[in-house]
Design a protein around this ligand. Structure first.
Ligand SMILES: [Mg+2]
Ligand SMILES: [Zn+2]
Length: 164
């Protein structure tokens, strides 16, 4: 019998890096928040997998592509590894809203895929996002969720999880 893992799912834009109204399309446009590495390190120390779940409709809008998105994710990972931290897996949805896919948040497709592939127990896991769609995706599959906002940043969300 395999023991299921617990995870903290991270939205990407607005949580790990600064959001842009015209999408984060290249490494040049990537601005990682300063406290991300430490926050992730604390979660991993407590035994959580850290998995990114992100909507990247800019791909199917023709504004960026899979290679550029991979490059952005490798850059995030390199930054984290430099600080003895790291993401366990990145999952992204490339679809536009009008494509009605099953993976674009608020749909839980990517959370379900990650939970199957990485053997995660969703009920003992958390989602941290800055958008209502992050919270809806998580809650629809029984995952706890925290929404970051002006006075409740990533470090506060991580502290709530560590204290839970
Ligand atoms: Mg976001
Ligand atoms: Zn999708």
């Amino acid at each position: 019998m395999n023991k299921l893992r617990k995870a903290v799912f991270f939205d990407r834009d607005g949580v790990i890096n600064k959001n842009r109204p015209d999408y984060v399309k290249t490494v040049e446009e990537l601005e990682i928040f300063p406290y991300v590495a430490k926050s992730i390190k604390q979660l991993k120390k407590q035994g959580y997998l850290v998995v990114v779940i992100t909507n990247q409709s800019a791909i199917n809008r023709g504004l960026t592509d899979d290679d550029k998105v991979s490059e952005i994710h490798q850059t995030i990972q390199k930054h984290l590894l430099k600080h003895s931290s790291g993401i366990d897996a990145f999952y992204y949805c490339p679809h536009r809203p009008d494509e009605n896919c099953v993976c674009r948040k608020p749909k839980p497709g990517l959370l379900l895929k990650a939970s199957q592939e990485l053997e995660i127990d969703l009920k003992s896991s958390w989602m941290i996002g800055d958008n209502e769609s992050d919270i809806q995706a998580a809650e629809s599959v029984g995952c706890k969720a925290l929404k970051i906002r002006e006075n409740f940043q990533l470090k506060h969300a991580v502290q709530s999880i560590l204290n839970s």
